[in-house]
Design a protein around this ligand. Sequence first.
Ligand SMILES: Cc1cc2nc3c(=O)[nH]c(=O)nc-3n(C[C@H](O)[C@H](O)[C@H](O)COP(=O)(O)OP(=O)(O)OC[C@H]3O[C@@H](n4cnc5c(N)ncnc54)[C@H](O)[C@@H]3O)c2cc1C
Length: 527
Amino acid sequence: MPCAPSAPVEWTLRNARRRMGPVSQNNAAEYNSASEYNTASQDGTAPDGAAPGEEVFDVIVVGAGPVGENVADRTRAAGLTTAVVESELVGGECSYWACIPSKALLRPAAALADARAVAGAEQAVTGGLDVAAVLARRDGFTGNWKDDGQVDWLDSIGAVLFRGHGRLAGERLVEVQTPEGGRRRLRARHAVAVCTGTGALVPKLPGVAEARPWTSREATSAHKAPGRLAVVGGGVVGVEMATAWNALGSEVTMLIRGSGLLPRMEPFVGELIAESLAEAGVKVRTEVNVASLDRPAADGPVTVLLDDGQSLVADEVLFAVGRTPKTGDLGLESIGLQPGSWLNVDDTCRVQAVEGDWLYAFGDVNSRALLTHQGKYQARMGGAAIGAIAQGKPLDTRPWGAHVATADRLAVPQVVFSEPEAASVGMTADEAQRAGLRVRVVDYDLGRVSGASLYADGYRGRARMIVDLDREVLLGVTFVGAGIGELVHSATVAVAGEVPIERLWHVVPSFPTMSEVWLRLLETYRG
Ligand SMILES: Cc1cc2nc3c(=O)[nH]c(=O)nc-3n(C[C@H](O)[C@H](O)[C@H](O)COP(=O)(O)OP(=O)(O)OC[C@H]3O[C@@H](n4cnc5c(N)ncnc54)[C@H](O)[C@@H]3O)c2cc1C
């Protein structure tokens, strides 16, 4: 299935829109001739101060993950010529080794769990997952790790793709080392957008190199379930991958440094998920640190030694302990920045430590919110800012203005595709209290909502909303329970829209859906 893996339908719609919209008038073929025109000539008569041999674009995007693609989409929509540099696959980590394959691995297990939780349907479930079919379906979603579909899409918006490793080589200048060993020098008239993402963090422990531990890449692309899998880390990636591989037949042990799972969410979320993982056969060990690894034979098992002196033997060890920015080999030193550092940006995503309006960083690499949807949002807001500046228009940088990613600070939604699912947006109770806000925490047992009890027999779940008592708006909402992933967008609308409680009282949820939890939360708040 060589289609654009991150969102086939979305791409199709976009392509249709492009065909009708103004950008399609400037398609790739037309642009390629413009590119020749823009190449500085050997006699030095270069456009826009470019040196001989440089190719000039309005915007250069380094990294064609979901975020870089969206920056290109926005700058093309603003009528700007755009080059995109990609060293691996167009579509990035998200399409091939993160969001898409992980959710493709998780969905069959969730579908089965849903059926097993409903009397009548349960009797029809007579077997377990077909592992080979699950993996084949996952492979389809990644386009078998080929990016033709997404390359076609870039082409359709008139962006010009350069395959190779991009490095900054000074102000507005990007040097591309091509796979063939050549070099291209690209100069940006207006902006360079760094969208290089992150890689998995692997701690420098004794024996790590020889043990060849899994990172998120292997955990999402493996073609066989390991017999025994040790998962180090209890954050989102650790929880999701433990859930997936346990369902696919591995014997999973989670090794967690802290006291529980998903520490960034409300504590009841991690508690319920730990309970349910344990019921599914996953061993969850808290307050342990990995001290060293030992894999004496390359194709043999690995011993994980813990700092309390205990050890465990596994066939694979997955480190899911954090991410590191892909800026180590990006030429940051050429503009006075530290290689390997996160790129701090303002709300338009302009890199703060660099003078002028030319260097931007979007997505994971700026560390604001390491989520595809949030990076794509930054791309929409910051891409519009680049377009406005290029057109000499003023920026609207008021909170929630057209050129700022305000939601990064106040309304970041996230769904954890665990069993049961967890989802949240905005602040937790703890964060609101630490921010010194006057809040009320309102909880409701999701299992008491008709829609939830119809969804699954013995439904377990909980919802929490955090009310700002001074403004009577919501600061945060959290849900945990089967099938709640789709509920979070209603919460995001309420939080980002700062919808007053008084008006939420008029927002009527359909009966009998799980959304009635909104009504119950409001009734609990109002008394
Ligand atoms: C297992 C896992 C599951 C996840 N699931 C979800 C999820 O369900 N939902 C969600 O919202 N988020 C999820 N995430 C997070 C999500 O993957 C990232 O937030 C997202 O990929 C960030 O997009 P990006 O474009 O910033 O970076 P990336 O997707 O990492 O893309 C960066 C691109 O830049 C290229 N590149 C890097 N350096 C250079 C260079 N010097 N020159 C040229 N090209 C370069 C890379 O090859 C890559 O293609 C998950 C992450 C993991 C690890």
